[in-house]
Design a protein around this ligand. Structure first.
Ligand SMILES: [Zn+2]
Length: 281
């Protein structure tokens, strides 16, 4: 089975604050080492259950975080940021399951570590056909539109709850920390967290092999709206072709298929954020 891994950073073992995940900050190097530990644990679990091909898409901020020399030798890596499918670049209908590693809860989730939706300051929320979605739900719908189920989500306790809400109770979750507040967490040790990720990744691939996971079926045509914190961000987002100014601080895209709406949203968010990448993804 081919396995797709989307690797974010805010939900990684031991990570709690912006200094852990922002390049150039004091604790970023330690955060990056913790990231590769969690990602490799997921790869090891997938391979232990017979995965033949594991593709890891670096999905955090610059999307060039994973130290290449330290990545599991059996995984391939998409590194770099210029990609139309952003956190889901590389997924295709031949993948049997998608694993979300280091994920975090959507903006505004109480007690959730580093909670945000794409851009820490400018973006208040995303809505897919009227329902609020975080990165997890937005990305899971793309996998679903391609026929790929999400089998594993790793992150804090709030992220696991969001995974169950968005993807259903069959999804495997690995809770690596409990949120106290947005920049404060009660973390398991890396060894405990990685054991948990490894075993849950293995179970996720086994479940997918057995047909025990169902891909999401997003409604089509699809409308995706973004609520910005200020009017100038909405104005910038609406300067992209195909993006409507749906309200003073709201922009929207509409497309016949979910993947087309997803790709249009990537452009809308990049334009609205105007190159800022703090917490992006
Ligand atoms: Zn991120």
């Amino acid at each position: 089975m081919r396995v797709f891994v989307s690797a974010d950073m805010e939900g990684v073992t031991g990570v709690a604050a912006p200094a852990d995940v922002v390049k150039g900050e004091a604790d970023y190097a330690a955060g990056r080492d913790l990231l590769v530990g969690d990602v490799n644990a997921a790869v090891e679990g997938a391979i232990a259950s017979g995965a033949t091909d594991v593709l890891v898409n670096d999905s955090h901020s610059s999307m060039a975080n994973l130290p290449r020399g330290a990545l599991h030798e059996d995984a391939r890596l998409i590194r770099g940021r210029t990609k139309p499918r952003s956190m889901m670049q590389g997924i295709d209908p031949d993948h049997g399951v998608a694993l979300f590693v280091g994920y975090h809860a959507m903006a505004g989730t109480p007690g959730a570590v580093l909670n945000h939706t794409f851009i820490g300051h400018e973006l208040l929320r995303l809505r897919v056909d009227g329902a609020e979605a975080g990165e997890l739900g937005w990305n899971a719908r793309l996998a679903g539109a391609l026929g790929v189920p999400v089998g594993l989500v790793t992150g804090d306790d709030a992220t696991a709850a969001e995974a169950n809400d968005e993807v259903g109770s069959a999804v495997r979750t690995a809770v690596v920390k409990d949120g106290i507040d947005r920049f404060t967490a009660d973390c398991h040790s890396p060894a405990v967290a990685r054991d948990r990720i490894r075993s849950e990744a293995q179970r996720a691939v086994e479940l997918a092999e057995a047909g025990g996971l169902s891909p999401l079926s997003p409604t089509e045509p699809t409308t995706i709206e973004a609520d910005w914190s200020a009017t100038n961000q909405a104005a910038r987002a609406a300067s992209m072709p195909g993006v409507d100014r749906a309200g003073p601080r709201t922009t929207a895209v509409e497309a016949d298929t979910y993947p087309a709406a997803f790709e249009a949203t990537v452009g809308m968010l990049r334009a609205g954020a105007a190159g800022r990448d703090e917490f992006y993804g």
